[in-house]
Design a protein around this ligand. Structure first.
Ligand code: SAM
Length: 212
């Protein structure tokens, strides 16, 4: 059986059952293979911009006899993608690449995004495109927090705190951010970090008891 990271499993847990899914930037195609083998959905397209990567994806699909079950295509973002999907998964890339990928027509109403950086810009841009944060998970793995967000097409007002620190309600993550900004303030004496620490203190106070 395919063994995948906690990060990919968490991403898979956000995929609604039996929907038509595209994994943009699939790389090894582990997520599509996992979705298929676990009956999360069988209607899957895996795509990548890189021909070398697609050879590896194809090899992996063949290992599981899925080369005829999962549609594999070469595409820069949605450029060569035909038809409308229910869900697009775009993970393991930087926010600028993700924003470029989303700068096209026929973007699905549900997006599962895990960016490697610039979460403020990511949340702000998706909010501008008319997407709401349906669920946000701050996942700790390999000594690192991954921010995984499921967006759905719906208007939403986000506060500055939510744009900066998200909606995960994960107290450990907020504590981690607070400690990071305390260290950054001690190094730089930049007042901006004091403001972040204050904001995080008030978020931590407001986080519901069951989340703590
Ligand atoms: C670090 S891998 C992430 C793989 C997988 N999505 C994950 O989360 O584990 C990033 C992949 O995105 C692909 N990629 C980068 N820019 C892309 C684009 N504009 N369109 C499609 N794929 C892209 C790269 O070729 C690479 O395979």
């Amino acid at each position: 059986m395919l063994s995948i990271s906690k990060r990919l499993k968490t991403i898979a847990s956000l995929v609604t059952l039996q929907k038509k899914v595209i994994d943009i930037g699939t790389d090894h195609a582990y997520l599509p293979i996992y979705l298929y083998l676990n009956n999360i959905t069988k209607n899957i397209t895996a795509s990548d911009i890189s021909p070398q990567v697609l050879e590896i994806s194809l090899n992996n699909l063949q290992k599981y006899n899925l080369e005829k079950k999962i549609n594999l295509i070469k595409s820069d973002g949605f450029r060569n993608v035909d038809g409308i999907f229910d869900i697009a998964v775009i993970t393991g890339m930087g926010t600028y690449t993700i924003i470029n990928i989303l700068n096209t027509k026929n973007i699905p109403d549900t997006l599962i995004i895990q960016s490697n950086n610039d979460y403020y810009l990511l949340r702000k841009h998706l909010n501008y495109l008319g997407y709401k944060i349906e669920k946000e998970i701050a996942l700790y793995e390999n000594k690192h927090y991954y921010i995984i967000i499921k967006f759905i097409k719906e208007k939403e007002f986000l506060t500055d705190e939510e744009l900066l620190f998200g909606k995960s309600n994960n107290l450990q993550y907020y504590d981690y951010l607070k400690n990071k900004y305390i260290k950054l303030y001690e190094k730089s004496r930049d007042e901006k970090f004091l403001k972040y620490i204050d904001m995080l203190n008030s978020i931590i106070e407001k986080t519901p008891v069951e989340m703590k």
